[in-house]
Design a protein around this ligand. Structure first.
Ligand code: AMP
Ligand code: ZN
Length: 452
């Protein structure tokens, strides 16, 4: 299995530390508003990664975090806490906001038939463990105190710039004039934030006799250390996380524990919508409810996402979503042949599909292999299960066999047609269509399909 590793910008053979337990961490959502369809692309691609690992016989231990505290609206440790912002907007407490959007996120996550993570961890459940990590970093001399919080001195971590290939000199030259004057280096970041006099913050914890809250990156470092133990095999997230969030997670873990954070780093690219960046001001922020209103299911969207590659920037358009929906229907109608005809040997197709997935998660290539066989072959239950294991598109579940009554009606209609009783044949065809079933006639009889 080959994966593109951001760590060295190369496509490499994947070698886990332990085949029975591949340790994966995926940065999760900040639960301060509804997640839009763009946010879910990342989870869909990582679901494909996990499914591919499972198909290769690996055991997977996957942790997903939920950011319910400490993520500021700016990456530079400035701006409002996103949770506080959400609470103000909704007239709710931050805890209520976190609960509501976390539930909504998980509802959509499950509607997309994602492999259930081994653990889902909320940042606020790991505050004590955060203290331990901050203490360790402090004891090792990586932190300094400012009025705003405890900062990580990036000049003390010589490999800081390596991961994102940052040009720190250039960063310095381009630094904004109003950057925190107590910061020693432009790239230094808050590990722990203090509540300053007169400042109001709903979520706060006492640490060293003062009230404060974690910096954003700390939760991921802590949860990885506690739940998986570094080094982990694979760390995943959006490309936007490379220069700040992931760079800072690495600094925290590697400085504190002298272990590499992760052996493989996978990053997904962004989607645009009808050519534009997703943005409230453009009005192109779509949620799954918007897709449902237009007749598309979460699975149709998953199909659209999987037609592309996780590393490619992609443009979403409703026309293309309609094409993806049709393609998924074609696969379902390939699957219904298992109720009607004798299965053919699809072991070569199965091998070819897995080979594509093993080639850095080339799902588009995998679907191309599937397309080669769907018109001339008949799958058995096991092959349909293989497709569901690979893509998680719920093909088996959404294609149950039809009732004996309906089968009898299909036969009756075909016989009426043979007998040139077209009025009866048409009436029966309409009744069958009402059940959502379409018919394809050939010399011996009718094959049934799902109409939508
Ligand atoms: P946010 O809650 O806005 O910080 O977004 C959370 C994460 O969702 C980001 O860090 C990205 O990795 C991902 N994301 C946001 N917008 C898009 C997009 N248009 N396409 C793909 N991923 C996105
Ligand atoms: Zn993270």
């Amino acid at each position: 299995m080959k994966l593109y590793n951001t760590l060295n910008r190369k496509t490499e053979e994947f070698k886990p530390l332990d085949e029975k337990r591949v340790k994966i961490y995926t940065c999760g959502p900040t639960v301060y508003s509804f997640a839009h369809i763009g946010n879910f692309t990342s989870y869909i691609y990582w679901d494909l990664l996990i499914r591919t690992l499972l198909l290769n016989g690996y055991g997977v231990d996957r942790v997903l975090n939920i950011t319910d505290v400490g993520h500021l609206t700016s990456d530079a440790d400035e701006g409002e806490d996103k949770m506080e912002k959400g609470a103000k907007r909704e007239g709710k407490t931050v805890w209520e906001v976190a609960e509501m959007y976390m539930e909504d996120f998980l509802k959509n996550f499950r509607a997309l038939n994602m492999v259930e993570p081994t653990s889902i961890c909320r940042a606020t459940d790991f505050i004590k463990e955060d203290f331990a990590l901050v203490d360790t970093l402090d004891k090792k001399g990586y932190l300094y105190d400012t009025t705003d919080g405890l900062y990580f001195d990036t000049s003390k971590f010589p490999t800081y710039a390596d991961f994102a290939r940052l040009d720190l000199d250039h960063l310095k030259a381009g630094a904004r004039v109003d950057f925190n004057s107590e910061k020693k280096n432009i790239s230094d970041f808050a590990v722990w934030k203090w509540i300053r006099d007169g400042e109001d913050h709903a979520m706060q914890w006492e640490y060293r006799g003062r009230m404060g809250y974690p910096g954003w990156h700390l939760e991921c470092a802590t949860i990885i250390h506690e739940k998986l133990g570094e080094p982990i095999d694979i760390h995943c997230g959006g490309v936007d996380h490379i220069p700040v969030h992931h760079t800072n997670e690495i600094a925290e873990i590697e400085a504190a524990y002298d272990h590499k954070m992760a052996n493989y780093w996978l990053h997904n690219n962004f989607i645009t919508i009808e050519g534009e960046k997703i943005s409230k001001s453009i009005g192109n922020v779509y949620y799954f409810d918007d897709l449902t209103e237009r007749g598309f299911s979460p699975m149709d969207y998953k199909m659209w996402v999987l037609q592309g590659h996780y590393q490619s920037e992609r443009n979403f358009a409703f026309n293309d979503l309609a094409a993806a929906k049709q393609r998924l229907l074609n696969y379902r109608n390939f699957a219904v042949l298992r109720w009607q005809k004798d299965a053919t040997d699809l072991s070569e197709a199965r091998k070819a599909i897995l080979e594509q997935l093993n080639n850095n998660l080339n799902s588009a290539g995998a679907f191309a292999e599937l397309d080669k066989v769907i018109n001339t072959n008949v799958p058995d239950e096991e092959f349909v299960k293989f497709l569901d294991d690979a893509f998680g598109l719920n093909i088996a579940e959404s294609t149950p066999d039809i009732s004996e009554d309906l089968k009898a009606k299909i036969k009756e209609r075909f016989e009426a047609k043979q007998a040139r009783d077209f009025a009866k044949a048409d009436r029966l065809r309409d009744e069958i269509a009402e059940e959502g079933i379409a018919l394809l006639d050939n010399a011996e009889g009718s094959t049934w399909q799902y109409a939508k």
